[in-house]
Design a protein around this ligand. Sequence first.
Ligand code: RTP
Length: 142
Amino acid sequence: MIKPDGVQRNLVGEIIARFEKKGYKLAALKMARPERSHLEEHYADLSGKGFFAGLIDYMASGPVVCMVWTGVNVVLEGRKMLGATKPSESAMGTIRGDFCVEVGRNVCHGSDSTDSAEHEIKLWFPEGVCEWDACTNAWIYE
Ligand code: RTP
C-alpha cells in the first residue's frame, strides 16, 4: 500500500515501477479513502501502542493506493524493497531509504507474512483480485 504521504508526494508511479521492474506482477490496484474503523482493523495488532491514534490520523489523512503483487517470494522481497520501518534504519536504495525521513511518514506498507497478506487482501479487496497470465506477444503481434 502507498500511504497518504506517498500519494501526496506523487510517488505512486515510482513505487509501482520498482515492483514492475523487479519482475513482480500486479494482480489488483485501487485508490481508496478508508474509514477510520477500516484502518483500525488493518492495524489492530498495534492498537496498544502509544502511536496508534497518530497512525490512524495519518492513514486517514488522504487517499491510499492499495495493490496486490504476485511473484516468487514477493512478501519477503517486497518488504526488502520497502526497507526498514524506520527510515533512519532503511538502506539507501529501498523505497523508505530513498524517499522519507520519519517513521510516522514512511510512505508505504507491506504485508509482513503470507498469512497477513491473505488477511489484508480479504480486508482491502473483498471483491477479489484479477487473475491473469502475461501474454506480451499478443499485445505486440496479431
Ligand atoms: P507497515 O505495517 O506500515 O508496513 O509498517 P511495519 O510493518 O514496517 O511496522 P509496524 O511496526 O507494523 O508499524 C506500522 C506503522 O506504524 C507507524 N509507526 N510509528 N511513531 C512510531 O514510533 C511508529 N512506529 C511505527 C509506521 O508508519 C509504521 O509503518
